[in-house]
Design a protein around this ligand. Structure first.
Ligand SMILES: Nc1ncnc2c1ncn2[C@@H]1O[C@H](COP(=O)(O)OP(=O)(O)OP(=O)(O)O)[C@@H](O)[C@H]1O
Ligand SMILES: [Mg+2]
Length: 393
C-alpha cells in the first residue's frame, strides 16, 4: 500500500477526481484499521517524531499516564505530557541521552489505585531509517504480585529446611552442656574432697559448647538475612580478572595452576559485584579445599543463548553422586570444620540476581560450577542495533 501511495503521489496531477476520491478513501480505511489496532492493544502506546514530539497515542495511554488534555497532546514533547514526575524524568533522560530502555518498572497511581507498569522506549525504525520513538507501557501488577508471592513461598520453604538444620545442629552442643553440668553437680555433691581441676575442665567444655552454639546462631542469622543487592551494569571478565589477581598468590602457594578462558565481546550484565565476588570466592575456596595436593583451576566465561556463563572447574576429589543435590542445602558439609553454609549463601546470592547455578562432577576427577546470568534485554537490543561497542571489552 505504501509504495503504491508514493507512486500515486508522483502522478497526482494526472489523476481525475474519481481516482483521487478512491485514493483518499483507501487511505482513510487504512488509517481506520491502524487506529483500531492501536486501540485494541491493552498496552499504552505513544509514537513521536524525531524531535520526540507526540504524533500518535492510544486511548489506554491516557488512563495509564494521566496525560493532561488541556492544551492537546499532539506536537508536544513526550515528557511534558506525562503526569508522573519520575516517569517523565526517566523518559526525558533516556531520549536526550539517545539511549534505549527496556522493561523498566514504575509504580504509578491509576485512578487512585497503585499499579506496577513496565516501560519500554525504543527508536521507531522503518527500512533502517529512524522515524521517531516508540514508548509503550504494560500493566505488570498481577505478574509482579505473583512473582513476589512465589519468591516468598520459596523463602519460607528454605527457612523450614534451615530451621530443621539449626535444630539438628544445636542438639549436640546442648547434649554436651547437659552432661558436663551433671558431672559438675556430681563432683560438688560428692562425699569425698572436691577436685577443682576436674570441675574447671568441665566448665571449659561447657563454655566451648556455648561458643559453638553462638556460632551456629550467628551463621544462621547471616544465612537467613535477605541479601540486599545493588546491581550495576558491569563486564564479567573485568570482575573475574580482579578476583583472580586477588587470589593468585594463594593459588601458587597451594601448587594450583590457573587457566583463564575469558571469552571476549561479552555483553554487560546487571550484578552487584560485591555480592557476586563473595559468591565466586566461596566457590573457589571450596575448589582449593578439594585439591590439597595441587591441581588446575579453570575459569571460563562465555555467552550461551541469552545468558552470560561463568564456569569454575577444579581437578580435585569431586563430589559423590548422592551428594550432588545436597551441597546447596544449609549445613551440608563433608569437612571436619565446615559450616556447610558456604554454598547456601552462594545459591541465595545467585538467585537474588535471577541467575542460575548448577554443578557437574566426576568423583575423583573434579567438579565444575556453572553460573548463568541473564543478559538484560536492553543489552541484547544494544548489540542488535550495533550500539554495543562499549559492551565489548
Ligand atoms: N569443588 C568442590 N569439590 C568437591 N566437593 C565440593 C566442592 N565444592 C563443594 N563441595 C562439597 O559441598 C559441601 C558443601 O560446601 P559448602 O561450601 O556449603 O560448605 P563447606 O565448604 O563444607 O563449609 P564452609 O563453606 O563453611 O567452609 C562441601 O563440604 C563439599 O563436600
Ligand atoms: Mg565452603
Amino acid at each position: 500500500m505504501r509504495s503504491f501511495l508514493y507512486k500515486a503521489l508522483t502522478k497526482l496531477d494526472k489523476l481525475d477526481k474519481r481516482q483521487i476520491h478512491s485514493l483518499v478513501y483507501d487511505l482513510a480505511r487504512e488509517n481506520e484499521r491502524f487506529e483500531s489496532l492501536m486501540e485494541a492493544t491493552v498496552d499504552s502506546l505513544i509514537l513521536t517524531d524525531t524531535e520526540h514530539r507526540v504524533t500518535l497515542y492510544n486511548h489506554i495511554s491516557e488512563k495509564f499516564l494521566l496525560l493532561s488534555r488541556l492544551h492537546g497532546l499532539y506536537g508536544r514533547k513526550i515528557w511534558t505530557v506525562i503526569a508522573d514526575k519520575d516517569l517523565a524524568a526517566f523518559v526525558r533522560q533516556t531520549l536526550e541521552a539517545g539511549e534505549i530502555a527496556m522493561n523498566r518498572d514504575f509504580v504509578l497511581e491509576v485512578k487512585g489505585e497503585k499499579r506496577m507498569l513496565s516501560a519500554t522506549l525504543l527508536p521507531l525504525t522503518l527500512n533502517d531509517k529512524v522515524l521517531g520513538d516508540l514508548f509503550y507501557m504494560t500493566d505488570v501488577t498481577r505478574l509482579r504480585t505473583q512473582e513476589a508471592r512465589l519468591r516468598r513461598a520459596e523463602t519460607l520453604a528454605s527457612l523450614t529446611t534451615m530451621t530443621a538444620g539449626v535444630a539438628h545442629e544445636i542438639k549436640n552442643p546442648l547434649g554436651a552442656i547437659g552432661i558436663h553440668i551433671q558431672l559438675i553437680k556430681k563432683a560438688l555433691l560428692g562425699k569425698t574432697s572436691i577436685d577443682p581441676g576436674l570441675i574447671l575442665k568441665n566448665i571449659d567444655v561447657v563454655s566451648e559448647e556455648v561458643e559453638r552454639l553462638n556460632k551456629i546462631v550467628v551463621d544462621f542469622l547471616f544465612a537467613v538475612r535477605p541479601v540486599n543487592i545493588k546491581p550495576e551494569r558491569i563486564n564479567l571478565n573485568s570482575l573475574m580478572r580482579e578476583i583472580l589477581d586477588f587470589i593468585k598468590v594463594e593459588l601458587t602457594e597451594n601448587k594450583i595452576k590457573l587457566e583463564e578462558k575469558l571469552t571476549r565481546h561479552l555483553p554487560k550484565i546487571f550484578i552487584d559485584s560485591k555480592a557476586i565476588r563473595q559468591a565466586i570466592l566461596n566457590i573457589i575456596k571450596n575448589a582449593l579445599a578439594a585439591m590439597p595436593e595441587g591441581g588446575t583451576l579453570t575459569i571460563a566465561t562465555g555467552k550461551k543463548d541469552d545468558c552470560v556463563r561463568l564456569v569454575i572447574s577444579d581437578t580435585g576429589m569431586g563430589i559423590a553422586q548422592e551428594n550432588l543435590d545436597k551441597i546447596f542445602e544449609p549445613y551440608f558439609t563433608t569437612k571436619e570444620f565446615g559450616s556447610g553454609l558456604g554454598l547456601t549463601n552462594v545459591f541465595k546470592i545467585i538467585k537474588e540476581h535471577k541467575a542460575d547455578i548448577s554443578v557437574d562432577s566426576q568423583p575423583g576427577r573434579g567438579a565444575s560450577f556453572i553460573i548463568s546470568f541473564p543478559v538484560p534485554e536492553s543489552e541484547q537490543q544494544l548489540l542488535e542495533y550495533g550500539l554495543g561497542r562499549e559492551a565489548e571489552q
